[in-house]
Design a protein around this ligand. Structure first.
Ligand code: IMP
Ligand code: MG
Length: 175
């Protein structure tokens, strides 16, 4: 069987223009802060963060966290495990969380809770994609790329079983 490329949901051009808009808004909103700390949630964020961070016109730094969701069948569904913490101390700093996709919202809820407790000067979230139909948590998103339907998407950093992560567009796979 010849492997087929996932059908396009969001094209390279659509992503490029939306990332440009977001970076413009973020640069404007943070124009008066000394420095913005972008906190990427590995691994899905890596391409989005790379494009967004380079397009900003304000002083910024980058740090990363890595998380893993517990298996669906454990006693605490939606629980999240911290695999790698930040290197930086965020107390008194302006922090913008960067994530690839908001699905149930458990991951971002967890991150906002633990980072909020470290007393940053401000804490906001920027997410490329959101599946509104699947959202289970109340999560405030300050910058959103696109609302998408309840399908499994890959590319531009997102994977399905570690495949298709480096696809230049966002496509849909059948699970
Ligand atoms: P949440 O905690 O349910 O919001 O899960 C968010 C995480 O699940 C994302 O950061 C992704 O890593 C992963 N995820 C959810 N939906 C998709 C998808 O359609 N494609 C790829 N990864 C996804
Ligand atoms: Mg993720």
């Amino acid at each position: 069987m010849i492997p087929t490329e996932p059908p396009v949901l969001l094209s390279e051009e659509q992503i490029r223009s939306r990332v440009a808009e977001l970076s413009h808004r973020i640069s404007r909103d943070y124009a008066d802060v000394p420095e913005l700390l972008l906190v990427g949630v590995l691994r899905g964020c890596f391409i989005f963060l790379a494009d967004l961070a380079r397009a900003l016109t304000i002083p910024r730094r980058v740090d990363f966290m890595a998380l893993s969701s517990y298996e669906r069948n454990v006693k605490t569904p939606g629980a999240v495990r911290l695999i790698m913490d930040l290197r930086s101390d965020i107390a008194g700093r302006h922090v913008l969380l960067i994530d690839d996709i908001l699905d149930t919202g458990h991951t971002l809820r967890y991150l906002i809770d633990i980072l909020g407790a470290r007393r940053p000067a401000s804490l906001k979230a920027c997410v490329l994609l959101r599946k509104l139909a699947r959202l289970e948590e109340e999560v405030p998103i300050d910058y959103l790329g696109f609302d998408i339907p309840d399908v499994w998407v890959v590319g531009y950093g997102l994977d399905y079983a570690d495949q298709h992560r480096t696809l230049p567009y966002i496509g849909v796979v059948k699970q």
